[in-house]
Design a protein around this ligand. Structure first.
Ligand SMILES: Cc1ncc(COP(=O)(O)O)c(C=O)c1O
Length: 379
């Protein structure tokens, strides 16, 4: 049996999404910038997709800029903040995805931007009091960049609370919503936020496509110069079938969202309880309260033993695919910068199980059996 429990890294493409994309890989191939019938057909498909995505977010179509995914959208928000909005200071956290963390460091090292890190509480949540102290302390034009759902430990922030603080201190607010878009409902008219980001492959859409939501009152220009695609914000012939697939994946996600939330949360809770029963000293990384934790991510730390360094490898050869941290760190020797920031998650073997709507209870039971076998082997 092969069990895929790494849905925070990427999710399988929904066959219905592929069906929606196929005509745009075959007969509808026109360049959307061409003014003839072939071009009008594909341009229309992009604009219908944009309208669909905007409707799900209660946003305006002009506020959605399609990109190559989450990394590009995060880069665009931070870099355009500096270039076009005059941002001189970025407040972020040390548990952001590298798409934000490394971009902030680059802007600090090459553009003299002040980068400050908000303190975290023991459970990995942003210390909101410290954020307010930082915001009240300086008169530099500031952007706050804090992720909505953490890809490694699943902690969720309150977008509303952070947005209210940013508003109070006149700071721009960007949130990396790559792990939550397609999994939670967003209402961009209810929350005052300048930028949010999306990658379609995190909710059963295609890889290499996403978007940046840019609030219409936040006047940025472009990160990619070239043609006038994406209303001049991003030059380059559009990823037509990717965009069509993204919109279809959004539609499916939104049509069944509450149903998926309940069933996936049920699997997460079941796995957590079974692991705790099996290994009482297991540590749950990050937030445990389901109101403040992604229902798709369960990050745990197994107690160290002589075997634990082989834990992921053994799961893999037994057909269970999980991650040691995030996909970006799993293939390298660099430890997780997120777990390093959590005081309770040191000196143990971290494993991230992450679930999607194609995950079944049988698969969870199979994975639990494999963990049980590994834990039972005498050292
Ligand atoms: C929180 C977060 N932000 C950004 C990204 C980058 O997205 P992409 O790989 O689509 O560029 C990821 C992907 O793992 C992510 O989990």
């Amino acid at each position: 049996m092969n069990v895929y429990l790494d849905n925070a890294a990427t999710t399988p493409l929904d066959p219905l999404v592929l069906d929606a994309m196929m005509p745009y890989m075959t007969e509808h191939f026109g360049n959307p910038s061409s003014t003839h019938a072939f071009g009008r057909k594909t341009k229309n498909a992009i604009e219908i997709s944009r309208k669909k995505v905007a409707d799900y977010l209660n946003a305006e179509p002009s506020e959605i800029i399609f990109t190559s995914g989450g990394t590009e959208a995060d880069n665009m928000a931070l870099r355009c903040g500096v270039m076009d909005l005059g941002v001189k200071r970025i407040i972020t956290s040390c548990i952001e995805h590298h798409a934000v963390g490394h971009t902030a460091e680059h802007l600090r090292d090459h553009f003299n931007i002040q980068v400050e890190y908000v303190k975290l509480n023991q459970d990995g949540h942003v210390n909101v009091q410290h954020l307010e102290e930082l915001l009240s302390n300086d008169s530099l034009k500031t952007m706050v960049s804090l992720m909505h759902g953490n890809n490694e430990i699943g902690n969720l922030i309150s977008l509303e609370a952070i947005s209210n603080l940013c508003k109070k201190y006149k700071a721009y607010f960007h949130s990396d919503t790559v792990q939550t878009m397609g999994h939670y409902r967003f209402d961009m008219k209810a929350i005052d936020i300048d930028f949010v980001t999306c990658a379609a492959h995190k909710f059963h859409g295609p890889k290499g496509v996403g978007f940046l939501y840019i609030n219409k009152n936040t006047p940025i220009e472009y990160m990619m110069s070239g043609g006038s695609q994406e209303r001049g914000h991003r030059g380059g012939t559009e990823n037509l079938y990717g965009i069509v697939g993204l919109a279809k994946a959004m539609e499916i996600a939104h049509d069944h969202m509450e149903e998926h939330q309940v069933s996936i949360q049920g699997l997460k809770t079941y796995m957590k309880e079974q692991l705790q029963e099996m290994i009482p000293s297991i540590i749950i990384n990050g937030e445990e309260n389901s109101e403040r934790s992604l229902y798709t991510v369960l990050s745990v730390c197994f107690p160290l033993s002589e075997r634990s360094s082989m834990f992921l490898f053994n799961l893999d050869i037994n057909g269970v695919c999980v991650s040691g941290g995030s996909a970006c760190t799993a293939g390298s020797n660099v430890g997780s910068h997120v777990l390093a920031a959590l005081p309770n998650s040191q000196n143990c073997q971290p494993v991230r199980f992450s679930f999607g709507r194609f995950t079944t209870k049988e698969e969870i039971d199979y994975a639990l059996d494999k963990v049980r076998e590994m834990v039972a082997i005498p050292v």
